[in-house]
Design a protein. Structure first.
Length: 166
């Protein structure tokens, strides 16, 4: 087994909090606040911000997108794979030039997205950013688990690399 990159934070496990969801969620939120409020990361020398609205349970929309899944905002459910990787988005953003991170731009509907895909051993983790009013917004981040989704992302990355090489 190869060592993980030194810049990648350890997972934050609910078992370290005796399965106490309230204590765990507050710990995750403290990490989120530290990583995106107390000091802001930057991507290609542009500050990275978050989406605050809609607030839910006193916490910003981006926070919920980092720890839960679902298409309807009010019906998102916790995703423990996302939860335990709450510290990864900033680390990946700040280390996007590492060889274990693929970076490309794509359209999602009518919006341009910047994708940062961290691939290391069994982990395949995607950070989604968007350009917005002179800054970069963190949209979401999640573990890529489906082989079909991994293939699609790889094809999209390879097309982007081929198109930008012209």
């Amino acid at each position: 087994m190869t060592n993980k990159p030194g810049w990648l934070p350890n997972l934050i496990l609910i078992s370290d909090y005796d399965g106490d969801w309230d204590k765990y969620i507050e710990t995750l939120y403290r990490f989120f606040r530290r990583d995106f409020f107390e000091s802001k990361p930057s991507f290609r020398n542009v500050p990275v911000g978050i989406t605050k609205h809609p607030y839910s349970q006193g916490k910003e929309a981006t926070f919920w997108h980092l720890i839960s899944e679902g298409k309807i905002e009010e019906e998102r459910i916790p995703d423990f794979e996302r939860c335990k990787r709450i510290r990864w988005p900033r680390a990946i953003i700040e280390n996007y030039s590492d060889s274990v991170v693929q970076v490309w731009e794509t359209m999602r509907g009518r919006e341009k997205r910047i994708l940062l895909r961290f691939i290391f051993e069994k982990d395949d983790y995607l950070v989604v950013l968007a350009e917005h009013k002179g800054m970069i917004l963190l949209i979401t981040a999640y573990l890529v688990t489906w082989q079909s989704q991994k293939r699609k992302l790889q094809q999209e990355f390879e097309r982007y690399k081929a198109d930008t090489a012209l």
